[in-house]
Design a protein around this ligand. Structure first.
Ligand SMILES: Cc1ncc(COP(=O)(O)O)c(C=O)c1O
Length: 417
């Protein structure tokens, strides 16, 4: 056995587990439990089954070598110096900030500033996570078992679907499509609900379309869920980057007791390097179970990230204003670019977020098209294949140098027409 580790703990059924070991075998890692008097080897099928994360794999391959990023979902970032400049005295305070463990639900000062972003959400209703991604992982794994059923709005950010599936729960997709303007079909959602439906995942503003759910659909989803006690897991990482702030929806956690809002430093505020997110919910039971799970993932978030996140959120109007200005400057350029090439592209113009999902009209392989664009022109686009949407390409318009990236892509297209 390679690399075994011994622990002693009591599992839920009250059986004492003497030791837990991991052995390397031909098909991967096998877990061995030594119970009080017997040793059990769990079959390989007990290892968490999860598909490759195609969106992140694609970015992992090109994001740090491509010259022009034309598909990023995070708005323009800033340096630590620029963040510290937002608040007098913070430079010194940051250098003196203690780097011990922080409180597992999140540093009190950060939970307070996050709670102030919502109506009727006190700090105890906020659980800070080490990146939004941890929030997705923790919530699904803390709440789901193979007896449960989950409905996921698709296309979606892949982990919203695949992490849910990895718990063994049964998954149904609430599908949207370009052909009907990415509309939400409420009747279809209602038909998907089963007696054991535990969670409905929605995402607004939406990745990849950059569209907001309409207020009516949003209310109806809450109504369908609340009539059955179903948890609504609402991914709101692009909230506050509505192109018209008047169209902003309430946060799900504000209007439904069993909703969980997922928030992030990464997108609207442009600070993905802080790797910090949060879950907000009025349902203490849900957050307690997520916290229990978080003890097994990160225990607590990074102290410097919590400090910088709290500081950034205290000044978030500055961050949001700058990033909305970039988005509103770039979006018309992209819209006119696509209009001029309407033989190649069509889309439903986004109304929120820094991304949009564009239909590529030629019947060709978008993965090869995007790979050629990055390899030959240095322009990174995201092929819709990573969303199981093989006729689409995701564009991003939240970066300052987007006009330059677009010009480069245009020149490449013209040269290859
Ligand atoms: C809709 C959505 N949810 C969650 C995440 C994960 O965010 P983070 O990078 O903050 O973990 C992303 C990142 O692209 C996303 O688009």
């Amino acid at each position: 056995m390679a690399g075994s580790e011994s622990r002693s703990l009591t599992c839920q059924a009250g059986v004492r587990i003497r030791s837990v070991g991991q052995a390397q075998c031909r098909t991967g890692v096998r877990v061995i439990l030594a119970l009080d008097c017997r040793t059990w080897t769990l079959p390989d099928s007990c290892a968490m089954q999860i598909k490759p994360f195609r969106i992140e794999q694609y970015f992992g391959k090109y994001e740090f070598t491509a010259k022009y990023l034309l598909s990023s979902s995070d708005a323009e970032s800033r340096t630590i110096q620029e963040l510290l400049d937002l608040e007098p005295g913070s430079h010194d305070r940051f250098l003196k900030h203690w780097c011990g463990y922080t409180e597992s639900p999140g540093a009190p000062v950060l939970r307070e500033v996050v709670s102030a972003m919502y109506r009727g959400i006190p700090p105890r209703d906020v659980l800070v996570t080490a990146a939004t991604e941890e929030g997705i992982f923790v919530l699904y794994h803390a709440l789901l078992s193979p007896d449960d059923h989950v409905i996921v709005e698709t296309p979606c950010y892949e982990s919203a679907l695949e992490v849910a599936r990895s718990t063994g729960a049964q998954i149904s997709e609430w599908r949207r499509c370009f052909e009907n303007g990415w509309a939400h079909d409420l009747a279809a959602l209602e038909k998907l609900i089963q007696p054991n439906t535990k969670i409905i995942y929605i995402n607004t503003p939406h990745n990849p379309t950059g569209l907001l759910m309409s207020a009516n659909v949003f209310q109806q989803v809450m109504k369908l869920a609340s009539a059955r006690g179903i948890i609504v897991f609402c991914d709101e990482v692009y909230r506050e980057l509505e192109h018209d702030p008047a169209t902003r929806l309430p946060a799900a956690c504000e209007i439904y007791e069993r909703a969980v809002s997922l928030g992030s430093m990464s997108k609207t505020y442009g600070l993905p390097g802080l790797r910090l997110g949060w879950l907000a919910s009025k349902d203490a039971g849900i957050l307690d179970r997520c916290l229990e799970f978080k003890y097994y993932t990160s225990i607590c978030s990074s102290a410097p990230s919590e400090f910088l996140s709290a500081l950034a959120l205290r000044h978030r109007e500055v961050l949001v204003q700058r990033n909305r200005e970039i988005v509103l400057r770039n979006l018309p350029l992209l819209a006119s670019f696509l209009r001029q090439r309407s033989n190649l592209f069509e889309w439903v113009k986004p109304n929120a977020s820094p991304i949009g999902f564009v239909r590529f009209k030629p019947q060709c392989d978008v993965l090869s098209f995007c790979e050629e664009a990055v390899n030959k022109a240095g322009v990174l686009l995201l092929p819709g294949t990573v969303y199981d949407q093989p006729r689409h390409i995701r564009f991003g318009y939240g970066r300052k140098n987007m006009p330059e990236a677009l010009a480069q892509f245009g020149a490449y297209l013209d040269a290859h027409s």
